[in-house]
Design a protein around this ligand. Structure first.
Ligand SMILES: [Zn+2]
Length: 423
């Protein structure tokens, strides 16, 4: 499917991106040099071996059909993120690039079991260290704050437990996050190998996180079937990471739509890692999810490792799933509404998106709402139409007021000039 939507100018939101996965080949080389790590010769592709236009930030050389080759690359990169300076550099690099391609809001997934582990000199055991976590978070938050000042991009963080490290480990991470709150950490997640354990094993950890006021974004339905999505919803997820298998169960689709639970779609990542898609995005259910009223957002998952970025995922989605401009704007607005930012920030971000809409965009939105078949989708789009018109009216009043004020100012100036001329 081809679509002529120019996605470059669209405001974009990223809700599913692992901080260690953002590392580009260029950044990996920098970290390797800093830590005196020798990367294998064939770790990244040499210039000329790939299309620089499609991979502006470089390309790793692992075989995309080999899951373990991907994991090895990810682990090698993550292993080089050791100091607060590393986290600062990586965050700054990623968020600056995100803002440059129209990013208005981003959530990054952080893993305390990776970044906050330290050997306790008394016990000799590796454990979660509050001091180390604080130092890392300070560095990350500083980078995010600087990018916000430079570009306006808002950022929050989701602390995640790693499923394959076991339920006890994830519970410890949840307790650790509860005991070491940070104003920019607003969500809790579960990532890692989906086949490790059942969601109920993590119920205690999730209850702790919810009790600490964190919203839940859980990886589910990527490798496993729709029952894993059902479990995630039952345990309080407001967002599902991947959710590719959702359409296999109509009941799950209905639950997602009616409960306003978002599916964080990661097209490139799913194409590479989800065997059911057979390496072809034509088999991806993003369009099916959207048409069934399910809120979706478009994400890179591991931008650096997959050689992608939020802008590219938006372009791919418009092309492959045939999303129109109005649908893409709705997707951005859904992502803002389902983000883990505070109410005031979400309201402001939404208004900014509406302000960017032209009369033509609003007309396209009205047509989209009129033609929508799914009742949940139709209702949402009708709300979008009303909201967009409200903001347009507000802008019009502001414009008229400024014009009137300017004309009063001009008249006053003319009188003053006249008086001084006759004096
Ligand atoms: Zn992920």
């Amino acid at each position: 499917m081809t679509n002529k939507v120019d996605t470059t100018t669209l405001p974009k939101v990223t809700l599913h991106e692992h901080i260690e996965g953002t590392v580009t080949p260029e950044m990996a080389a920098k970290l390797a040099q800093r830590h005196h790590v020798t990367l294998p010769d064939n770790f990244v592709m040499a210039e000329g071996q790939y299309d620089k236009k499609d991979f502006p930030n470089g390309r790793y050389a692992y075989d995309e059909s080999d899951f373990w080759a991907f994991i090895n690359t990810y682990d090698s990169v993550a292993d080089m993120m050791r100091t607060p300076q590393d986290y600062y550099d990586v965050t700054k690099d990623y968020l600056s690039k995100n803002a440059a391609e129209g990013g208005v809001y981003a959530e990054l997934i952080i893993s305390p079991a990776h970044m906050a582990m330290e050997v306790n000199p008394e016990t000799g055991k590796s454990e979660l260290s509050a001091a180390r976590y604080r130092a890392m978070m300070d560095a990350i938050a500083k980078a995010a704050q600087e990018v916000k000042e430079e570009t306006g991009l808002e950022t929050r963080f989701i602390a995640t437990g790693v499923r394959n490290l076991g339920a006890e480990n994830v519970k410890q991470v949840a307790e650790f996050i509860r005991d070491n709150p940070h104003s920019m950490v607003t969500g809790f997640g579960i990532a890692g190998n989906e086949r490790a354990g059942e969601f109920d094993d993590f119920a205690e950890a999730l209850a702790i996180a919810k009790g600490a006021g964190l919203k839940l974004a859980l990886h589910a339905g990527e490798i496993r079937g729709p029952e894993s999505i059902k479990d995630a919803i039952r345990l309080g997820a407001s967002r599902i990471g991947h959710g590719v298998s959702a359409p296999q169960d109509p009941e799950v689709m209905k639950m997602l739509a009616e409960k306003n639970i978002m599916v964080e779609v990661c097209p490139t990542s799913n194409r590479i890692l989800v065997t059911d898609l057979k390496g072809d995005l034509a088999n991806h259910p993003a369009r099916i999810l959207y048409d069934a009223g399910v809120r979706i957002s478009l994400n890179p998952d591991d931008a650096g490792i997959f050689g992608t970025h939020t802008g590219k995922e938006h372009r791919i989605s418009a092309e492959k799933f045939g999303f129109t401009k109005a649908e893409m704007m709705d997707i951005t607005l859904c992502a803002i509404e389902n983000s883990f930012a505070d109410v005031k920030t979400r309201k402001q971000l939404k208004e900014n998106v509406y302000k960017k809409m032209s009369e033509e965009d609003r007309k396209e939105l009205r047509d989209l709402a009129a033609n929508a078949k799914n009742p949940v989708l139709k209702k949402r789009l009708e709300t979008r139409v009303a909201e967009s018109e409200k903001v347009a009216k507000k802008l019009e009043i502001q414009k008229r007021r400024t014009k009137a004020l300017n004309s009063i100012k001009a008249t006053k100036m003319a009188i003053i000039n006249k008086k001084s001329a006759t004096r």
